[in-house]
Design a protein around this ligand. Sequence first.
Ligand code: 2U9
Length: 344
Amino acid sequence: MKERLQELQTEALAKVEEASSLQELQDIRVAYLGKKGPITEVLRGMGKLSKEERPVIGDLANKVREAIATELDAKKANLEAVELEKKLEEEQIDVTLPGRPVQVGGPHLLTSIVEEIEDLFISMGFEVREGPEVETDYYNFEALNLPKGHPARDMQDSFYITEELLLRTHTSPVQARTMGEYKGSQPVKMICPGKVYRRDTDDATHSHQFTQVEGLYVDKDVRMSDLKGVLNRFAKQFFGEEREIRLRPSFFPFTEPSVEMDISCKVCHGKGCSVCKGTGWIEILGGGMVHPRVLEMAGYDPNVYSGFAFGMGPERIAMLKYGVDDIRHFYTNDVRFLKQYHKA
Ligand code: 2U9
């Protein structure tokens, strides 16, 4: 039995020596020291030994077991160290390499323009309100003095979803809804930015979807001079303090009287040049005094309340401010165009 144990020790240690992976070591551990291993088997057969031999063999078996276990542990530590070394070698990071530049995005030019317009009107006490892009015929047309059959409905050729639902053609329904909510109980001072839709063929100056910012101020004693003051501040702040404004008579079904506002041409300062097509002026928006019918339909007594309204297209504002020559640049998302307007 002594020989058998010594043989097992020699055999196991040789295998440990040869092992080249942690899995192999584990297999050797199970094979020699496990419950079903040969050493356990020797110990089980000790019953057949004499009283004198038993402690000698028991002692030897424990020593063999310990020797194998010690070698297994040492080899395991050794293999783990080698493996770690290999991993560190493979995963070496060169901290001196230059970093990869991170591509930083920025707000879209239209987003910046709309936010700039919002900030300016907020500073004059206007509230920003938004509303649905799918509108009812009532809020998009009827409530704005555009009854069924009104010729101006053709001017705003629309995307109808059903007889009564359409993609809004302007953001005015947001204002009509707000007035309808208050029903004449309080003044309204708001702007509403958002997307609008018209059945236009896309070209350099038309887009079937574009952006609008409209404003509305309804209170007692609101006058055309208030509209002129607010729009003059907007024009100067947006395009430069040296720019002049002029109002020309116009027509919109929802305002009476109606006006269009021009700003003096920045190239010729009103003298006339190719930029302003010889007129000295550039049209930027429309507005007027809210039509008494519109006030009435929303529950405001036109004998007590009056109001002004205006509307502008941020694409046009951006095109004039930055010399963009094609409205489609706002929607085709060419980063070479967009990143020219990213603020540092
Ligand atoms: C209510 C009452 C009146 C909004 C107005 C305009 C004049 C106007 C155009 C500018 C360029 C549309 O984007 S554009 O094509 N808009 O000229 N908009 S008055 O009038 C309102 C709105 C709401 C309740």
